[in-house]
Design a protein around this ligand. Sequence first.
Ligand code: UD1
Length: 316
Amino acid sequence: MSAKRILVTGGAGFIGSHVCPILLDHGHEVTVVDNLSIGSRERVPAGAELVVADVRDRDALLRVARERRIERICHLAARVSIRASTDGFHEDADVNILGTLSALEAAVRTGVEKFVFASSMAVYADSPTPEPVAEDYSTAAISPYGISKRTSELFIENILGRTGAERISLRFFNTYGPNQTYTPYVGVITIFVNKLLAGESPTIFGDGGQIRDFVSVYDIAAGVTAALENEGTSGVFNLGSGRPRSVNQVAELLQAKIAPTIPLAYAEARAGEIQNSVANISAARAALGFEPHGNLDDLVDEVIDAIRSSRAAGGA
Ligand code: UD1
């Protein structure tokens, strides 16, 4: 495809830091808007421009879209914690819904041709079994975060459905890989690796039997790029590995690799979390050529090494 001028909101974050280098590599012009609340300047690759602004800042987004003559928007900026959203529902909705509306407004007012949105598996209702769910599964989300992502999907479809701009919402399943910022709210693999490397017990919420679909950030970045470069497709697509893993299995894998003598700890299950979450990825395969390659057992070694080096350098 021809080179495009692409705006990536949240481009200094975990997923953005993997998407932007691919876009640059493919010859696109990349402008990142990020408030650096979780993301960091060092994660924005040389060659991409960084504008430090909050995604809720409507004027800033509009100005960037106008001045850079943006053609496609990749909207990744968000508060990303399901668990933190149960208490922080106001902030979650503020950033996630109003942030999406700012990006949408800039898209509409500058005639952007394509809008790609980072949605989540959290939009789905719980499933009684670990059978993979397709996009038409119930979206009776049980967390405020899931509601904010589903609401954003609906706004995108409503508003861009009317203007005719192409729009793709990608429902990411549990994404892991290097560059995820470590906080108590973010990413079970990042949390468990940090704890084990610090000589502490990882804490499993509930009985650890909850099932997740862990998908590599490299696969997610490839899926996002495919959606951004796609011509003619609009819709909602799951991006996952299609493979189920329990939290216990992940904890045991990391424990065995890092610190076999440190015991696992258990605490009460957290509100707002579903029991079973596995992606049916047939639609993304067919429409976007999405093909996950990441193998958790191998890729966690890379995550462990990256976190170990970062800790040795004084970071987290
Ligand atoms: C994650 C993302 C969310 C994204 C979704 C789908 C984060 C913070 N959230 O949600 O933005 O939309 O995937 O891509 O990355 N767990 C423990 N102990 C811990 C931490 C977690 O047992 O210390 C368990 C949780 O109960 C949960 C599972 O691990 O069942 C996964 O949690 P986590 O990796 O934090 O991600 P999600 O909340 O599923």
